[in-house]
Design a protein around this ligand. Structure first.
Ligand code: UGA
Length: 420
């Protein structure tokens, strides 16, 4: 099939490249000239494990353009623009609206075409925002002249290619059967369950999934905080819980809280949506509250040993929100470093990939070229991200606050686990 992708950010590029790998011709449309040029010169615009390889393999089938008229040569358009947060936590649909307008204008000149919303949008957005804009600018009718689907993404940074190619499930929210059949046809060779729903159910599946995963983390962190007071290791507790098939082992790793560009933003957007409907979502609010406090537990533990942090050299190992990425958005390390600086500590930091990004936020802390150097120059060390390389370092004469359960207590002079 011929596919256009609107927005060449993380989701757009992965989606485009993976559809090309499956034999489709893909045109990536973006308003950012630099991104378009980069793609056309054969380079991906983002880093993701395995992406460059399949991108280069499929160069013949991937092109980029600034021109929305390219949609005219395609059968399906995926809207993959970002949906950031407004200052009050609600979803900002500006990019969705302008993308819908640009697509609508092109549809005016086109025969039947399928528009698929892949961006994460709160329930009712496709129906109440996207479709009316498409109809207005195309001067055509949904269902008759064009079709609409909502097809959420479930990609994790670091394993996004695999998540796309071997998904747990595919969700097709459809305006009508004709739209759904067309998208189903694109996914027909996938071996996973394909769930067909209406538009707002598909939108809600994405939010409920991210909210549930965030809740699992805040739940295990809360259990972990109780365990810590009782001298119990939460990792043993989680193991014991996980054998119950209804609970499962995954996503029960206690630590300094979740980061990343999605969980907090999506839970906040769902809270705002619920409130706009007159419902107060208590669990969702607690999920964020627990997560807000969690990184600072590491500093509370540190203060058991260093009551006053002023002028104390504190090493922070791991700045990205999870390993194998340079992404620091909402990383627990940000809250930790902020607090250390408030307490006038001297902050030493190391991360294998994320230091350049972190320097933009904190230009004046000390960055080290190796984790061991960072440790040697610090009195105490906080392990914030679970990078593998932090497992086998020499911590023998240091105070270590381990946020990720990655070293054994014998390795440090003084050892405290955040929840164990
Ligand atoms: C998350 C979801 O996992 C994806 O399914 C979803 O598609 C994506 O958001 C999105 O909405 O786009 P991602 O943000 O890449 O993916 O990262 P995760 O692997 O889910 O990790 C998020 C955070 O939770 C990390 O800071 C991680 O350290 C933390 N985490 C995860 C824990 O603290 N404990 C766990 O047991 C698992």
């Amino acid at each position: 099939m011929k596919i256009s992708i609107i927005g060449t950010g993380y989701v757009g590029l992965i989606t485009g490249v993976c559809f090309a790998e499956l034999g489709n011709n893909v045109i990536c449309i973006d308003i950012n000239e630099e991104k378009v040029n980069k793609i056309n010169s054969g380079e991906p615009t983002i880093y993701e494990r395995g992406l460059e390889e399949i991108f280069k393999k499929n160069l013949e089938r991937i092109k980029a353009s600034l021109n929305f008229n390219e949609i005219l040569n395609t059968d399906i358009t995926f809207i993959c623009v970002s949906t950031p947060e407004n200052p009050d936590g609600s979803i900002n649909l500006d990019y969705i609206k302008s993308a819908s307008e640009s697509v609508g204008k092109v549809l005016k000149e086109k025969g039947y075409h399928l528009v698929v919303v892949k961006s994460t949008v709160v329930p009712e957005t496709t129906e109440k925002v996207v479709i009316p804009i498409l109809e207005k600018f195309s001067e055509k009718n949904v269902g008759e002249d064009f079709g609409v689907c909502m097809n959420p993404e479930f990609l994790k940074e670091g394993s996004a290619i695999k998540d796309f190619m071997e998904p747990d499930r595919i969700v097709i929210g459809e305006f009508d059967k004709k739209s759904g059949d067309m998208l189903f046809n694109l996914y027909k060779d996938f071996k996973c369950p394909i769930l067909r729903t209406d538009l707002k159910t598909a939108e809600m599946i994405k939010y409920a999934s991210n909210a549930f995963l965030s809740m699992k983390i805040s739940f295990i962190n809360e259990m972990g905080n109780i365990c810590k007071k009782l001298g119990i290791n939460i990792y043993k507790v989680a193991e014991g819980m996980g054998y119950d098939e209804r609970i499962g082992h995954k996503f029960l790793r206690a630590g300094p809280g979740f980061g990343g560009s999605c969980f907090k933003k999506d839970v906040n957007a769902l809270i705002k949506k619920a409130e706009s409907l007159g419902y107060e979502p208590k669990i969702l609010k607690s999920v964020l509250e627990v997560n807000e406090r969690q990184p600072l537990k590491m500093i509370e533990l540190l203060k058991k040993y260093l009551q006053n942090l002023k002028n104390k050299k504190i090493g922070v190992l791991g700045l990205s929100f999870k390993p194998e990425t340079d992404d620091i958005r909402e990383s627990p390390a940000i809250k930790i470093v902020k607090k250390l600086l408030e307490e006038e500590a001297i902050v030493n930091a190391y991360d294998p990939k994320a230091m350049n990004n972190f320097k933009k936020l904190f230009p004046n802390i000390n960055y080290f070229s190796s984790a061991q150097d960072c440790i040697e120059n610090s009195e105490a060390v906080l392990i914030v991200t679970d990078w593998d390389e932090f497992k086998d370092l020499d911590y023998s004469d240091k105070i270590v606050i381990d946020g990720r359960y990655i070293i054994s207590k014998e390795k440090a002079k003084i050892y405290e686990g955040i929840c164990w």
